[in-house]
Design a protein around this ligand. Structure first.
Ligand code: PHB
Length: 383
């Protein structure tokens, strides 16, 4: 008798477990939560969690569960975590990727497993082309660089020096700046590259100062911006007659207030500013700060938020079907209103199409902000 009862109870428990498993869709979030890129990982996770907090966890009749892993910013770990999430956790998609090499490391894994990977940060142009299972909702460096190069052309910059981190996105940014400036009649007189790991910017900035160009163009990954801009300000570059410009990574919203008044007036172009004037963004910034001890969201926080939105939208479009080849199709052509403005996924390239804004650092309500003053609409990666 008791054995029968036990048997029934076990069967009921197994059934509950099985139906629960069928009702849950797991999404792997791989982010650098420790190490030099930890600020990126924290923004990714804060953005992703905020999306779920504001929009719930139910999509297409299923419950979406985020499985969050720390890759410490090391590509071999990113690859191993991707494998484990796909094989052991049976995730329907993976997302995150705080640096270009971390995204590139999972390409072969997702191609073989046919599992989509949604890039929330990494911005080197060629990444998405390395696997038919990549989708990007962040940005590309050429996309974000072209408008500030155009601003330089229109503001009488004839000579420029570029200083970038020596890896994919830095080389893309420097290349895009040079191309636009020279098409407009200017000249890049020297291309400086600082190492990605533990950079000492002092000798590069001294060299740039000695060359006396009309402008100095800067790119480093956002978590490194504070260290770079401290040196830029300490050496008096903005006051030396050289126009200091860059992509918005160097006036990162997460660190801008700590950079001080030395960065006032600096011009950058970017796809997101915490001061972007829209109802969606005002709500996003207020909720993000409320949930994160008043920390300001940056482009990466928006990436975390929009990445989860895109995954929800693709799953909903497929009525809860998460087979990889069908899921990757569902991302193509998605469009929505992000806190950054209107965005869509190019169905041909799986890369993001979005507005890029030219901005100036100004003081507003006692804080430093990147104030948008010109919009280039619906920008694709210029390739
Ligand atoms: C990248 O590694 O592609 C990357 C990281 C951080 C940024 C921009 C690009 O702010």
């Amino acid at each position: 008798m008791s054995m029968v009862r036990t048997g029934v109870a076990v069967a009921a428990m197994m059934w509950a477990g099985l139906s629960q498993a069928q009702d849950v869709i797991k999404i792997g979030v791989i982010a650098p939560l420790t190490g030099p890129q930890a600020a990126s990982g924290q923004q990714i996770v804060a953005g992703a969690k905020l999306y779920q907090a504001l929009n719930g966890t139910k999509v297409g009749g299923k419950t979406i569960e985020l499985v969050i892993k720390d890759d410490t910013g090391v590509a071999d770990i990113t690859r191993r975590l991707a494998q484990e999430l796909i094989v052991n956790e049976k995730v329907a998609a993976i997302t995150g990727f705080g640096l270009t090499p971390l995204a590139l490391a999972v390409g072969p894994v997702i191609t073989q497993a046919k599992v989509p990977a949604v890039i929330m940060v990494a911005g080197t142009s060629m990444i998405v082309g390395t696997s038919p299972y990549f989708v990007r909702i962040s940005f590309t460096l050429p996309q974000n660089t072209a408008p500030v190069a155009q601003w330089a052309v229109e503001n009488n910059v004839k000579t420029a020096v570029t200083l970038v981190s020596d890896y994919g996105p830095g080389l893309d940014a420097a290349g895009a700046f040079k191309k636009r400036l020279e098409a407009g009649g200017g000249k890049v007189t020297e291309e400086l590259k600082a190492p990605l790991a533990d950079p000492d910017f002092a000798p590069f900035l001294q060299r740039a100062k000695d060359l006396k160009p009309d402008a100095l163009f800067l790119f480093v990954p956002a978590p490194t911006a504070g260290a770079l801009m401290k040196q830029v300000v300490d050496r008096g570059l903005p006051q030396s007659g050289i126009k200091v410009v860059g992509t918005g990574d160097v006036t990162d919203d997460d660190q801008l207030n700590g950079m001080g008044d030395g960065v006032l007036g600096m011009i950058t172009s970017y796809n997101y500013s915490a001061s972007h004037d829209s109802a969606e963004n005002r709500k996003f910034v207020a909720e993000f700060k409320k949930a994160n001890a008043n920390r300001r969201p940056n482009v990466i926080g928006v990436g975390g938020y929009d990445g989860i939105h895109a995954i929800y939208a693709a799953i909903a479009k497929n009525n809860g079907n998460t087979e990889g080849p069908k899921l990757i199709e569902a991302f193509k052509g998605l469009s929505w209103t992000s806190p950054r403005g209107p965005v869509s996924i190019d169905p041909e390239t799986r890369d993001i199409v979005q507005n890029v804004y030219v901005r100036k650092v100004e003081r507003k309500d006692g804080e430093l902000y990147n104030m948008e003053f010109k919009t280039y609409e619906n920008q694709k990666d210029p390739k």
